[in-house]
Design a protein around this ligand. Structure first.
Ligand code: FMN
Length: 379
């Protein structure tokens, strides 16, 4: 079956099978952005099941863009923590990929100070309680691109096989691409082509820092569900340009790969459905067509069984990233491989201590998971 077959990336690195652990924030790092033992254990236990690759939780590239209590890749002080993380991911033989991000307007004021909140434009996010950021100066925009470059070079020094740019889910790279969040009229905003400048500059900087032999990936939200957001056609154009930069993969971020549903900016999971648009064809298929083999395509969202993984691949994906299923059941992939899917845990246990201890989920992550009703299934 294709899902168990290897794939060679443009960079020459080989992934042993098509299953990847999706980036999963634990919200459990030390205040200084170094990884805690319990978040390393969260990763170790899941990676031990033979995933082709593990993608890290998103690491901030600049303190002022920090959206939660996660790991950093912002300066040399983070290097030894990043080394430990890469070692844990490599322990079972899979590839180790560091995801890097900046929060922009959805950085967390409690972590960075309200006055530090900066974004492409002074427009507040739709998240409940969001504060209005200030617009970044051109120097700050260039500085942020340099920090993405620096983060990629830290990843290289730390022994990762590659880096994924978090260009999805309403964080800063996404914000620069969004006409809702980006009202600039300089080099970084205005037309579609100018809104692409920031994501492309970050991708180029990361590729340069990694060199040609490490994996460079980019995660994208395929369209914005909100009114006046960017369209699937806009995102296809971006993917076309990204593929010219010799990226190894483009990852399509969906809540549910079958329903072509991206994450809404409000993240109110049990509220009214705000999505109004369903493309005629799956965004996975649309992206695969426009990328045309120049980069691999990764799909994610609601993959819970081997049949789901094969379904996403039939739509055009080369790789699948699995998130909530491996949060809930750390041994998920072993059960899929041994065809014991009936024994896969379908939800988090009722008892919170059992969640933390039985499933090796750091206590702060347990709180984070339970803070959004409807996000993660409960038994
Ligand atoms: C606890 C948790 C943390 C997440 N953290 C990240 C993250 O750091 N970066 C990211 O790109 N996506 C993140 N996501 C989104 C997942 O990678 C994935 O795209 C999403 O959960 C949908 O896939 P799934 O249905 O397999 O969970 C997170 C999801 C969860 C549940």
């Amino acid at each position: 079956m294709v899902v168990w077959s290897p794939l060679r990336f443009n960079s020459g690195r080989e992934i042993a099978n098509r299953f990847v652990i999706a980036p999963l924030t634990t919200d459990s790092s030390h205040d200084d952005g170094t990884a805690t033992d319990n978040e390393l254990e969260f990763v170790r236990r899941r990676a031990a099941n033979g995933f082709g690759a593990t993608i890290s939780s998103a690491a901030y590239v600049e303190q002022d863009g920090r959206s939660w209590q996660g790991i950093g890749a912002a300066h040399d002080g983070h290097l030894s923590s990043l080394r430990r993380l890469a070692e844990v991911m490599h322990a079972a033989g899979g590839l180790a990929i560091l995801q890097i991000y900046d929060g922009g307007r959805i950085a967390k004021p409690e972590l960075i100070g309200e006055r530090s909140l900066r974004a492409p434009s002074a427009v507040a996010s739709l998240r409940p309680g969001a504060k209005t950021p200030r617009a970044m100066t051109s120097d700050e925009v260039r500085g942020l691109i340099e920090n993405f470059r620096e983060a990629a070079s830290l990843a290289r020094k730390a022994g990762f096989d590659g880096v994924e740019i978090h260009g999805a889910n309403h964080y800063a790279v996404h914000q620069f691409f969004s006409p809702r969040a980006n009202h600039r009229d300089d080099h970084w905003g205005g037309t579609l082509s100018k809104r692409m400048n920031f994501p492309l500059a970050v991708a180029q900087a990361v590729r340069d820092a990694l060199g040609p032999k490490l994996i460079a990936g980019f995660r994208v939200t395929p369209f914005e569900a909100e009114a006046d957001g960017y369209t699937l056609e806009d995102a296809k154009q971006l993917c076309h340009e990204l593929a010219k930069l010799d990226l190894d993969y483009i990852s399509v971020s969906l809540d549910d790969y079958r329903k072509s549903r991206p994450t809404g900016e409000t993240r109110v999971y049990n509220g009214p459905v705000e999505k109004t648009y369903t493309p005629a064809e799956s965004p996975i298929t649309e992206f695969a067509r426009v990328i045309a083999g120049r980069s691999a395509v990764m799909a994610s969202g609601g993959i819970k069984t081997c049949t789901d993984a094969e379904g996403a691949m039939k739509l055009g994906a080369d790789l699948v990233a699995v998130g909530r299923a491996v949060v809930v059941d750390p041994e998920w992939l072993s059960k899929v491989r041994s065809k014991s899917e009936a024994s896969i845990l379908a939800g988090l246990p009722k008892d919170e201590r059992e969640i933390a201890e039985g499933l090796s989920i750091p206590p702060r992550m347990v709180d984070y998971l339970l803070s959004r009703p409807g996000w993660i299934p409960r038994l």
